[in-house]
Write a protein that binds this ligand. Structure first.
Ligand SMILES: Cc1cc2nc3c(=O)[nH]c(=O)nc-3n(C[C@H](O)[C@H](O)[C@H](O)COP(=O)(O)O)c2cc1C
Length: 148
């Protein structure tokens, strides 16, 4: 069975909510899925054959959520050559418009530099995610699954 690993950082719960929905949809489609909070992980969590989704909101002034930032830093120059990956990014333009959803750029750049293959473009969720859960989230998950 094909498998998907989702690693996310979430301070206020929005990213977690989106990732829970994505995980449910992936599981409903018949795939094995693991959903892991960056807060309780070590860099070895990135290892494996599964398709990999990294998810983070933007905090500070255009930065990743703290635990996700630490996890990526701890992973050093680990490579993802040939690994199917995707990015989920959350943000809100009311904070720092110049850094709107900067987590998308940071995560995508980090994966690209390490040789990952993108299954699809990023899922970008602005403001509160509730309105996306039955629309953009399932549509994005379908596109992601088509690439597996
Ligand atoms: C202190 C603070 C700083 C933020 N900075 C940014 C930012 O620079 N760019 C952005 O797009 N969103 C920014 N946001 C919005 C969050 O990314 C957004 O609320 C997100 O949904 C939070 O996700 P979470 O609930 O999973 O932690 C900021 C939010 C807070 C509270």
């Amino acid at each position: 069975m094909k498998a998907v690993k989702i690693i996310y950082g979430s301070c206020g719960g929005n990213t977690e909510l989106v990732c829970l929905k994505v995980a449910d949809l992936i599981q409903d489609a018949g795939y094995k899925v693991s959903l892991l909070n960056a807060k309780i992980q070590v860099p070895d969590v990135f290892k494996g054959e599964e398709a990999l989704i990294l998810a983070s909101p933007t905090y500070g002034v255009g930065e990743l959520e703290t635990f996700m930032a630490s996890l990526l830093k701890a992973a050093g120059d680990m490579t993802f050559v040939g690994r199917l990956c995707a990015v989920i990014a959350l943000g809100d333009e009311r904070y720092h418009p110049d850094y709107y959803m900067e987590s998308m750029r940071i995560l995508a750049h980090w994966l690209k530099q390490r040789g990952a293959t993108f299954a699809t473009g990023p899922l970008m969720v602005g403001k509160h995610p509730l309105s996306y859960l039955e629309t953009a989230v399932p549509a994005w998950t379908d596109r992601f699954l088509q690439a597996l």
